[in-house]
Every structure is written in C-alpha cells, then in structure tokens.
Design a protein around this ligand. Structure first.
Ligand SMILES: [Zn+2]
Length: 222
C-alpha cells in the first residue's frame, strides 16, 4: 500500500488568504482533518503536517514530508482580486502531472466550480518555484487550491458543509486509486429522537398508540 501525507497549508501566525471574515488556515485544517479521518476509516496509510492551529516554517513543514511518503497533497484556498475564482492544482516540474489533473477534474465534476488551470512553475534557477515541490524530495506533491476565499460565489459554495464534504470526498476518491485503497461512500449518520421514558409499560404503550395516530412509526426498547 502507498503512503500519503496531507499538508495543511499555513497555520498559527500565518493565516494565509483571507476573505469574507474567513481565514484560509482554518478552511485548510477543516478540509484536511475531514480527509484524514475518512482515509483512516478506509484503512489508508495517511499522516498530517499539523492537526491544530500551529505555525510551521517551510523547513519544519517539508522536513515532515521530504521523501517519507509516496504522495503529498497540500491543501489551500486562493485569494486574488475578488474576481478570480475556481480550482487550481499545481505539480512539480519533474512530474507529468497526472495526479494533479485527476484531482482537478474530480473536483470540477463534484463541485461544478470553474477549473482555472493545472500547472507547474519554474524559478530563475530552473528549479521548482514552490517550496512544497522544491523541498519535498521523492514525495510526489500536488498543491490543491480548492477555490477563492475572496470570491463571493466560491465562498458561498464552501460555506455549506454539504458542499465542503463533496469537494473533500472527490479528492479522497482519487487518492484511494493512487493509494490502492477501496473507496466507500461515507456512512450516513442516524440521529434518533427519544420522546419518553416510563417505569410503567402501560404508559409506554399509551405513548406508542398516540404517536401511531400521528403517523409516526415508534418502537419500545428497555
Ligand atoms: Zn495558501
């Protein structure tokens, strides 16, 4: 089985991008913790660079990743001028970018947010522009920008937990293929409502009778 580390972008005294009173570091953590817990549930071999609002230098961060895992996704939200929006993924100049393309396509399909671009960037020394690619060794790293935290439509989308999970699941599904893990949809949570507790069986039966008259389907447990 292949291994994965989820890098939670920014944190602590580095909030990352901001918009509409939201901080990127918080959304990155929310996204990453969800994906981490789900992948654990699916028995994947997965780790996190941070699990709280912690400051991590580029070196401290990449030391946790460098050549220790097969794959790394680095979770981010973008900001620009309030008009730019949509999904971006970024891969190393040394990669053909298949994982980055697969993630971008899956996110676009699941969220219907615009797919801006999948790209890589070289610095003047001919190395990777982004330290997440330059300093992570043999670990294949993809930076994911889920949307723009300063764009009204992208923010409206991600403010909904249901949509947030849709995006998270789309990425998990792709990662499962690369990790060799069987993907399963999340188990539905059932919220049970209790309407009464009685010492007398007759009183319990009486409430069941009344609830049935109201069209409910009650049952008695002890
Ligand atoms: Zn960021």
């Amino acid at each position: 089985m292949k291994t994965l580390i989820i890098d939670v972008g920014h944190g602590g005294n580095d909030p990352g991008a901001t918009g509409f009173q939201f901080k990127e570091k918080d959304w990155n953590l929310k996204m990453s913790l969800y994906q981490y817990n789900r992948l654990k549930e699916l028995s994947a071999n997965v780790a996190l660079t941070r699990s709280s609002d912690e400051t991590l230098s580029a070196t401290a961060r990449t030391n946790k990743i460098k050549s220790k895992y097969d794959y790394c996704i680095s979770n981010h939200f973008n900001a620009f001028n309030g008009e730019a929006r949509g999904i971006e993924t970024i891969h190393s100049i040394h990669s053909i970018g298949k994982l980055a393309i697969d993630i971008a396509d899956a996110l676009h399909d699941a969220t219907k947010l615009p797919l801006r671009r999948v790209f890589n960037r070289r610095n003047s020394a001919g190395k990777d522009w982004y330290f997440m690619h330059r300093l992570t060794g043999s670990t294949q790293t993809v930076i994911i920008e889920y949307g723009f935290i300063d764009h009204a439509k992208d923010v409206a989308f991600y403010r909904s937990d249901e949509n947030f999970i849709k995006a998270a699941e789309a990425v998990i599904k792709v990662l499962c293929v690369y990790l060799g893990v069987k993907y399963q949809t999340p188990k539905a949570t059932l919220y049970r409502v209790q309407v009464g507790a009685f010492q007398s069986k007759e009183n319990a039966n009486n409430l069941v009778y009344q609830l049935k008259k109201l069209g409910y389907d009650p049952f008695i447990t002890v």
